[in-house]
Each structure stands twice: as structure tokens, then as C-alpha cells.
Design a protein around this ligand. Sequence first.
Ligand SMILES: *Cc1c(COP(=O)(O)O)cnc(C)c1O
Length: 397
Amino acid sequence: MTDFAATRALFDLPEGIVYLDGNSLGPLPGAAPDRVARTLRDEWGAQLITAWNKAGWMAWPSRLGDRIAPLIGAAPGTVTTGDTLSLKMVQCLAAALDMRPDRRVILSDSGNFPTDLYMAEGLVRTLDRGHEIRTVPPEEVAEHIGEDVAALMLTEVDYRTGRRHDMAALTARAHEAGALAIWDLAHSAGAFPVDLAGAGADFAAGCTYKYLNAGPGAPAFIYVAPEHQARVAPLLSGWLGHAAPFDFDPAYRPGAGIERMRIGTPAILQMAALEAALDIWDGVDMAALRARSVDLCEAFIAGVEAACPALTLASPREADRRGSQVSFRHPEGYAIMQALIARGVIGDFRAPDILRFGIAPLYVGMEDIDRAVETLATIMDGALWDRAEYKARAAVT
Ligand SMILES: *Cc1c(COP(=O)(O)O)cnc(C)c1O
């Protein structure tokens, strides 16, 4: 059994704050500052360029990928890290389209995170081979997987509502139709057990700064199923995905396996923070993590519905259909969220009317849920959100 009081103690959470926004930016792991300082001083400072060999920097992206792999049901050698999730998604999509040259449809859903759709649009324009991005309502995805679909590109957990797709069923349906399945795990990795291999996913990518807690701008990860790795012709054929970067061969030859999904120089300082963040996951029982997440989410939903009738649940009511986040709707959602944050309960807001609460079981406990419900009830009862200072929109909501 995992001791969640112990995992919570491994984070440097500010006193008096209830943090329900780890689905946007996970909190600071207590060991991260020293870990990053060590890389700064003992590696960069003391070893200079020799650290690429002495400290093993060159191998970090895939070594860290192998540490993420067990959290997402991936075998060793199938995950590497680097760049941003936006870039990793376009790498997945380009590889999939290349493997289905006779098909033209990229199927996604209307709730997908915009960057995935924007990146797909840019790729379609650049390829100029007549691909179409077809977005359908999330509940209708299965029935739209036809013989014209090259790639099914979905985010498993909806960033606004927390609604979770059935990855195994949709991947199986895609395969029956001869399509490939690409999964965005932004709100899955570290939120609950993911089983990419079990579901038969072809490609996947995710970020490490949300539920994995590696800090702002931390590297993304990418997964390629073992059976596809040798067939992938990388779109972004950077030198560190080359078979022999230090041959400085003018012609590109893809690296072995997952290595070919690397692009350029890795962000080593962020990777040091990622390493500290991943240490916390050692020994976490993912089934226990999920059970705790469900308990906390259920308690939050029940508490808010009882105390704040003006808020409407935006997340699915059935735990099986949710990730590890709960959302409510209210026309004044932005101001309500600012009033909450001003009282030390941090969630966030997504236009037009969604209050989001990320329930990260590694460090959120039942006392946090109780305080969040009480604070929200006080704000709603007294209309304490109805002040100009809470209504002025900041750049990041
Ligand atoms: C957070 C998020 C992203 C962010 O992409 P970046 O390139 O890391 O900025 C992409 N997709 C989804 C579904 C997300 O939730």
C-alpha cells in the first residue's frame, strides 16, 4: 500500500494553500532544487562540456523515458523525452499518416485541446496531400471510425470536463477499420494507471509538468509501439534522432528505435527536475492512486453539490468515465475562481464557464477537499465573487 501522507510530504507546498491545479502545473518536489543545483554546479559548472559524457547527459532523454514507461503501461525502450507536447503530437501524427498513405482522414473530437488540432492543421497544410481533420462530438467518435480514417487522434481525458475516453475500445475499433490510434496523455500520465501496451495504442505523447510535477516547461514524452518503431520516418529529423549524430553525416539516417523521435539538444536542467519528480513515483501503487483519486473526486462532487446548488457538474457523474479532475459550470466561473484563489484554494478556469479542480492523489487529501468545499460554499452564499477585482481577466486563466 502506498502511504499518501508520505508522498505529500515530498512536495514543497506553501503553508495554508489547497492546491487543486496540478492538472495544469504540478507543485515543486522538495528534492528538485538540490537536484537541479547539483546539475548546475557539479555537472555544468565543474565538468563543462565533458558532462555530456561524464554525467551521461546524452542518454538522459531515453533513460527518463524508461522511468515514465511503467506509469503509462509501456515497455522499456518505447518512450523518450524532450521538446514540448505540441511537437511530440505532430511527430506522432506525421508518422501515422506516413504509414497509411492511401487514407486522408484524421479523426478527432471537438473537445480536443486546441494545440493538437492546430498542429494537425499545420501538418496538413505542409504535407499538402489533401488530408482532412474531422472533429466529431466526443460521444460519437466510435461510430465515425470508418475505412477512410488514417489516424484517430484523441486526448484521453478532456481538459475541460475531465471526461475520459475508453482507450482500449476506441483503439480496437480504429484497428478494425485499419486506422492507427494516437493518444494525448496530458491529463492521464500520473493521474491514473494507463495501459498503452494493453490497449494496443500505436503512438502516444504527454507532458511532464502536469500530474508528473517536473516544473514549468519540462520536457514532453513520446511513445511509439515497438512494432512500428523501425517503420517510422521522422518528420522532424533532427541530428539527435540520427543514427550517429557525431558522424556529422550530411544525409539523415534515423536512429534505432525510439531514439529517432529525439530532435535536438535536450533541456538538461529541466530533465534534472524531472528526475527528482519521478523519484516520488518509485513504489507508488497505481491502483491505490486511482482508488484514492475516485474517493476524493466523489467527496468533492457530493460536497459541492450539497453546498453550492448554483454550480452545475460539468464532469461525468460515473467515476469510470472521469480522469482525476472535477469541473463545474457557472456563468461567473472566472470571478468565483479568483475569489477562491484569493482565499488560498487554487484551481483554474477554462472559457466560457468552467471551474476546474485537479485532484492529484499524490498530495491532495480529504482535508483539502473539505476546505475547498467550505471555502466555495462561503463564496457562493455571500456572493463574495461579485467584485471588480475578481472579474479582470489575466493572461493565464
Ligand atoms: C496541456 C496540454 C497540452 C500542452 O502542450 P504543450 O506543447 O506542452 O504546451 C497539449 N495537449 C493537451 C491535451 C494538454 O492538456
